[in-house]
Design a protein around this ligand. Sequence first.
Ligand SMILES: CC(=O)SCCNC(=O)CCNC(=O)[C@H](O)C(C)(C)COP(=O)(O)OP(=O)(O)OC[C@H]1O[C@@H](n2cnc3c(N)ncnc32)[C@H](O)[C@@H]1OP(=O)(O)O
Length: 326
Amino acid sequence: MPVRVLPQDLGADGRVTPGTVLRGVDLAAAMPAMRHARGRVVTVSLDRMDFFCFPPVGRALLFKCRVNQAGRSSMEVGVRVEAEDLATGEVRHTATAYATFVAMGPDGKPAAVPQLLPETPDEERRVREALERRALRKAERGRTAGEPFPGDIAPPTGPGRSPEASRTDMPVRMMPWHANPAGNVHGGVILLNMDQAAAMAAMRHAGLAVEAVSVQGVSFLAPGRVDEVLTFRACVERARGPLMDVGVEVMAENLVTGESRRAAEAWMVYRGLDAHGAPGDAPALIPGSAQELERWREARRRGEARDAERARERDSQAGAPASPGD
Ligand SMILES: CC(=O)SCCNC(=O)CCNC(=O)[C@H](O)C(C)(C)COP(=O)(O)OP(=O)(O)OC[C@H]1O[C@@H](n2cnc3c(N)ncnc32)[C@H](O)[C@@H]1OP(=O)(O)O
């Protein structure tokens, strides 16, 4: 699915925003999932993903998607995002993402999807790798906060800034154009706003311009509805050199009934940039309360898990062909 980068997709630095890429991933990946399920689907999660480049205006963003694996009601869709310079034909890898969708029945509950039957060795490899990722996701969901992990160390102390100093609360009222015909807010709209709030929190902490490095994970917990207010609450949870781990929680609030629920959560990593656009160190982040300490530890654990995953990917990709949805 090619999409031209337009001025409204750009950040202050003249490059496409990470939120635009994330919104495109969600929109594009939903289509093969719907095709496979032949019915309504919702995004339930987005795995860890790295951003390799953010193209400027006029480039085309290409979203190459395929269903890698289907469970009972869920499907993993792999997305390879590329940026094409339409004038020269040069194509650059922008990001690779794995999104999980769940098919929904008319009763609003998860519905069974057809089996996905691999026919080639490449498709068999995709299923195998997707099953490994599915097991990792399940283990992650089953984790209890506070569990020790290998390499666990004490958090920093001394001069620095508190997580609370970076807190950014961004309320957005959901309008019909944010939602599908059933009135449920699109995952892409949520992802776009998550990036906005997280980038503001990172800038507040660092006192610098920032750029997104990666998404550590996104979970969609409950649907957001038209006319509700979604508040995107972001806070820096850990800082190391120029890098900042930012947690985002999305609360959905019905202003008429007063009902409120957690709709989504995400963890993203940003890098501080100095006046010349080179990486610039952020101040140390000093967790104070028990909850801040817990968030710092979890951010550290996610960072270590990501490093281990990168090493695994490097091993498995050595020799494997690069193709859509890799
Ligand atoms: C296209 C769009 O833009 S949609 C908008 C954004 N998304 C949303 O609003 C969805 C909000 N989330 C929800 O409503 C709920 O989480 C649901 C209905 C999707 C799932 O509810 P659950 O109570 O988790 O359902 P349940 O436990 O039966 O799990 C259903 C499937 O989802 C999988 N699943 C659940 N949570 C996750 C997760 N975080 N990551 C990956 N897979 C998950 C389960 O493994 C199961 O898969 P399987 O049937 O293939 O074995």
